[in-house]
Design a protein around this ligand. Structure first.
Ligand SMILES: [Zn+2]
Length: 423
């Protein structure tokens, strides 16, 4: 009885989210196509028609591919759950591993097998996106050799990091009693903090080269900005982002006194020193307004709710049966519950994602306002336009699509808000 209700709710949510995603994506594509012929008045003096049309074509190409990707992802999800894919995989792995190597090995093997099959299914889409779409618009810098190298490194790092934390959580699920989810949540949070600390110094250098910022005048400028804003940084680095992509970025990582500023070499190549300073001031604004801490706090709270929910669901047989999986009698079902939960929750979470996007856009406005106080608003505006143009981001998105998906407000809104800042 319960399982039928869950099946119906899940199928309905999957269908509704797919319908909503298609509707939003086609709205966006129609809107961008309809505005392809003319640069919006507010940008007419700064953006050339060719650049505007390139952005439209790039958005449309990604949009069309996105539709295909969406349909495929929904089919795969349905295949894993109601059509019995996960049940079959589970049966095969359990029979092969559990009798000889025991419960933990079986559960880890199930997680690994699922990740591998999922990765293989997604691979054609990733390849097409990188070597066809990004390539066609001149953004891809990735060679096949680099791509395969990255893939292997990702697999290795994923296994080295993922398997121990998965083993710890599975062990807690089996051994820590009714409140296992609270312990597991604690372990997961500790793990996330550890990754946050290790990422900039240990993991990121496996994929990119980081060199101290050599440009002395830019360095002096950036250090003056940071002193003015009350920040100290452990170092200013330039990352060879150009190895993989022409898209530009800058970020600020780490805790307390161990913060480091990382500029993509592609960013430094495109922006003037004043613009780099304004972009960094925007990033500092996120720290000043405590957006980073708030985001981490929200992640803590959400994952606590997630673990509590999983704690309850994993002990209900209808949770498995309703989603197309038969739990085993003579083996732990914790890895199975974990996988089902990770597969199914995003379908429901999609409906509340506009709330988070809205919050994120508000944070961006606040960071822009801070940057306008601490650096030149004019520089921030031109930097924003250059980055938009270089990334071929559309200046004419569909307003409803923006509400749903955009973590950053559209350039037009950001520029308008900056003009209202006191100089
Ligand atoms: Zn920002």
């Amino acid at each position: 009885m319960h399982e039928t209700i869950l099946t119906v709710i899940f199928a309905a949510a999957l269908l509704a989210s797919l319908g909503l995603k298609f509707w939003l994506a086609t709205r966006q594509m129609r809107h961008v196509a309809a505005h392809r012929d003319a640069v919006p008045a507010a940008f007419a003096a700064t953006i050339a028609l060719v650049a505007h049309q390139k952005a439209a074509d790039y958005t449309l190409a990604k949009g069309r591919f996105g539709l295909l990707n969406m349909a495929f992802a929904a089919a795969v999800l349905l295949g894993w759950t109601l059509l019995g894919g996960l049940d079959t995989l589970n049966g095969v792995v359990r029979e092969a591993v559990q009798p000889r190597f025991g419960d933990m090995a079986y559960q880890l093997a199930l997680l690994a097998a699922f990740a591998l099959v999922g990765g293989v299914l997604e691979l054609p889409f990733e390849l097409y996106s990188t070597f066809r779409i990004e390539q066609r618009f001149g953004f891809n810098r990735m060679t096949w050799k680099l791509y395969v190298g990255d893939l292997l490194k990702n697999l290795l790092v994923g296994a080295l990091i993922g398997l121990p934390i998965a083993a710890l959580i599975l062990w807690l699920m089996g051994a820590a009693g009714n409140l296992w989810w609270l312990w597991a949540w604690g372990a997961w949070m500790g793990f996330n903090l550890l990754i946050l600390v290790l990422y900039p110094t240990v993991i990121a250098p496996l994929f990119n080269k980081f060199e101290p910022l050599a440009d002395e005048s830019l360095k002096a400028r950036v250090q003056a900005l940071m002193a003015r804003c009350g920040f100290t940084a452990k170092g200013l680095f330039v990352m060879d982002g150009s190895r993989r992509s022409a898209h530009a970025n800058a970020y600020f990582t780490g805790f307390g006194a161990a913060k480091r500023v990382v500029f993509f070499d592609t960013l430094l190549a495109k922006l003037s020193p004043g613009e780099v300073e304004a972009v960094l001031a925007h990033e500092l604004g996120h720290f000043k307004h405590k957006h980073v801490i708030k985001r981490i706090g929200a992640m803590f709270a959400l994952s606590l709710a997630g673990f509590a929910l999983l704690g309850w669901l994993s002990s209900q047989s209808w949770f498995f049966l309703g989603l197309g999986v038969r739990p085993a009698i003579g083996a732990p079902n914790d890895a199975l519950a974990l996988l089902l939960f990770l597969l199914v929750t995003p379908v429901f979470a999609f409906f509340v994602s506009p709330l988070f996007a809205q919050l994120s856009r508000r944070h961006e406005f606040q960071a822009d306002a801070y940057a306008c106080q601490q650096a030149s608003g004019g520089d921030l505006a031109t930097a924003l336009l250059k980055l938009h143009e270089d990334n071929a981001a559309t200046l004419t998105p569909d307003p409803v699509y923006v509400r749903f998906y955009y973590s950053h407000p559209p350039a037009g809104e950001r520029l308008a808000a900056m003009h209202h800042q006191p100089a």
